[in-house]
Design a binder for this molecule. Structure first.
Ligand code: FAD
Length: 333
């Protein structure tokens, strides 16, 4: 991924699309057709495939990665979580990814299953078994992948423009809290950052400025890819923003509230809102080509409208290809 980004002209833009593995055979064949259509029509720089925490979707995630990388020839990034994952499971996932030709891993901690003691510490503050696990934080996975595979994998890590919050620990939600850990995670071998979804574009601007100017210098030129969630329904976006602890600014909420009984209008307002966010971020200065990551939820329409509206779809031929075609054919032989 970082090689592909580096090969783009400095002021250009790119985007990636995220997909999750469907549960049913019918869902898989629908997604296959959709992916084929979307990759041809939209031409993402890369696609990503989600991973169920604890390895719950391991087989299906790898099948989807195979479809993307091998059959459709798309540069594919496999998400991989590490909490509640045995070393065997992590090893198998990485070996399988390598065998499929996947060169990119988004290294994540994952969320502990509901009800599990928080971070291996019980209510009395005593360490529990979970603390003995090899993989406690995403940084453990970054280190492990680098140790086992050297530079074979390009590694992405997650970051949270409004701070990360674990369930039941909202007091820790702040960029200040995350930053030292994010610095360490990147120093341990991450190549790019992909963010949590957000609608508060000012919070995103502040986050990116903070990272770029960080005294460690670690984020100076690293690709930081903002996460964009197209709005598919009023209820769903309320639930998603709550779960991900992303603030919905009042003006956006008012626009959505005004149409909340009409699903088509909600989607339309969502396309407007996301297009405004992308357009705003595109204008901000960046030390490397600007990218956007879309949480597609395996849906096609909204993301296609947003990409078209914000002029993110690359032309089917690169300038180089076009210039070759400009040359009279006989001079090519
Ligand atoms: P970490 O980097 O480990 O950070 C987690 C929290 O712990 C942060 O608050 C951090 O500040 C803090 N922290 C880190 N190290 C320490 C330390 N040593 N001591 C104390 N605190 C520390 N989940 C899935 O299950 N599957 C997916 O496919 C998936 N894809 C995602 C894609 C993106 C782009 C993003 C942003 C998230 C995704 N998630 C996914 C969710 C992610 O797994 C959760 O948000 C998880 O709770 C945190 O993961 P992390 O990799 O950010 O963890």
């Amino acid at each position: 991924i970082t090689e592909k980004i580096a090969a783009l002209p400095p002021d250009s833009n790119y985007f990636s699309l995220e997909f999750f593995p469907p549960k049913t055979t019918m869902g898989s064949s629908n997604l296959r057709a959709r992916l084929d259509r979307m990759s041809r029509a939209l031409r993402p720089l890369f696609v990503t495939v989600t991973w169920g925490a604890g390895g719950s979707t391991a087989t299906k995630s790898l099948e989807l990665a195979e479809l993307c990388q091998r059959e459709l020839g798309l540069t594919t990034c496999l998400h991989l979580t590490c909490t509640n994952m045995s070393r065997e499971l992590v090893d198998r996932a990485l070996e399988d990814a390598k065998a499929l030709g996947v060169r990119n891993i988004l290294a994540l901690r994952g969320d502990p299953p509901r009800g599990e003691e928080y971070r291996g510490v019980d209510a009395m503050g005593e360490r529990t078994d979970a603390m003995d696990e090899e993989f406690e934080w995403a940084i453990d996975l970054v280190r492990y992948v680098r140790k086992q595979y050297g530079d074979y994998f390009c590694i992405g890590v997650a970051a949270y423009p409004e701070g990360h919050a674990d369930e039941g620990h909202p007091e820790e939600q702040s960029l200040e809290h995350d930053l030292p850990y994010l610095v360490e995670k990147c120093k341990a071998g991450a190549d790019f950052i992909m963010t949590q979804l957000f609608f508060d574009v000012e919070a995103y601007d502040g986050f990116e400025r903070r990272l770029r100017g960080h005294e460690s210098g670690v984020f100076k030129t690293m690709p930081i890819i903002p996460g964009m969630m197209p709005i598919q329904s009023y209820q769903m976006i309320k639930r998603t923003t709550k779960l991900s602890h992303a603030r919905m600014p009042d003006d956006i909420l008012e626009r959505l509230d005004g149409v909340k009984g009409d699903d088509e209008m909600v989607k339309k307002v969502g396309v407007d809102v996301l297009s405004e966010i992308v357009t705003h971020i595109k204008k901000e200065k960046s030390p490397c080509p600007r990218g956007f990551h879309f949480y597609t939820l395996n849906l096609e329409k909204s993301v296609s409208f947003i990409l078209e509206r914000t002029d993110l779809i690359p032309s089917s031929m690169s300038d180089e290809e076009i210039s070759i075609l400009d040359v009279p054919l006989q001079t090519l032989s």
